[in-house]
Design a protein around this ligand. Sequence first.
Ligand SMILES: Cc1cc2nc3c(=O)[nH]c(=O)nc-3n(C[C@H](O)[C@H](O)[C@H](O)COP(=O)(O)OP(=O)(O)OC[C@H]3O[C@@H](n4cnc5c(N)ncnc54)[C@H](O)[C@@H]3O)c2cc1C
Length: 386
Amino acid sequence: MNHPQTTSPLTELSEDENLFLSTVRQFAAEQIAPLTRRMDEEQHMDPGLIRNLFSLGLMGIGIPEQFGGSGGSFFDSVLAVEAVSTVDPAVGVLIDVQNTLVVAALMRWATAEQQQNYLPRLAGNTVGAYALSEAGSGSDAFALVTHAEQRGDTYVLNGRKLWITNANEAGIFIVFATVDPSAGYKGVTAFMVEKGTPGFTVGRKEDKLGIRASSTCELIFDECVIPATQILGPPRHGYKIAMETLNEGRIGIGAQMLGLAEGAWAHAAKYAKERKQFGKPIADFQAMQFQLAEMATDIEAAKLMVYNAARLRDAGREFRKEAAMCKYFASHTAERVASLAVEVFGGSGFVRDNPVEKLYRDAKIGKIYEGTSFMQLATIAKLTLG
Ligand SMILES: Cc1cc2nc3c(=O)[nH]c(=O)nc-3n(C[C@H](O)[C@H](O)[C@H](O)COP(=O)(O)OP(=O)(O)OC[C@H]3O[C@@H](n4cnc5c(N)ncnc54)[C@H](O)[C@@H]3O)c2cc1C
């Protein structure tokens, strides 16, 4: 009898993936963990840490080596976001936006000249940001009103973006604007905008519940002149570019939430074995064991979903449903696990110097950005029910 060729288990990593993962884990433990609490309190990403993220190649994972990047896969980006987010999901989203949104969009849509210009900078020292949302357009993203008016071989941008991750640190922004408000989503066009361009300013920074070290700001465009050569992809293709990149980006947010849940679980399990009540470690009580076992099961399920979606993407297969499902499920898992982790610590889980207190606050964002949980369900319903 002919046996079909056996395929590797989803969570089995290649030698290169294992090596990469252990390097990122060590970096997260040694270089990120000591900064996490201060960065959260000061709402500020340490510039030295950002430099080290570049040095380690974590800001250009999918950028080919010829442009100074690490030449890694999308799955490598997912592993990095997961590993970093076990320690600090605010740093997780910094590298997530860079790799799964900004670099991914440029790899697919930029011209050879644009790739030559932007990719070495994104791999070497320049943070990227992805600006789609506005005050009036969130879930209904293509109701955006930022306007790009063509004048000769330039476009003049006017309008405001809201909620833009990495805005304070970024040097390169992908900005979605409409060249034809009457055309609806068919007018949306993506532009590459550089920090310092006259008429472009980064505005108010949000004071957030969680991922506080990650900057989230308004962008203001006031008669901002952008050469037509800085359009990403064809004009009026912004809708396609945004949809494609956000489909992939969702897997990155799934990885961020998976890492967060793993981090919270590890803190809770360690404490449960140390903390004694009624004369024995609280981990000896079956009620405690079952809670930790349930959390571990949810984390395993989230991991399989995130890894499967990422591997489907790398294999060039259809992955939209799996991406929406993994983001939905991993966000739900992160919120539940972080909440239970706070309870495992009792009173000491409720104070600022406990990492699970921060992870609990950080977990909430998973259900909101890159499409709320309701919007993921809408996608899943459409793709499953037809
Ligand atoms: C910290 C943070 C970082 C962010 N980073 C970025 C970024 O880098 N770039 C960027 O472009 N954007 C970013 N965003 C914006 C984010 O993607 C939006 O906040 C998100 O898409 C939700 O949009 P909204 O806030 O306008 O909420 P709304 O769309 O107004 O939704 C409000 C509520 O209504 C629900 N709802 C809306 N429509 C429906 C419907 N049809 N059926 C059922 N329920 C519905 C939603 O699920 C939600 O519960 C960020 C946001 C935050 C908070």
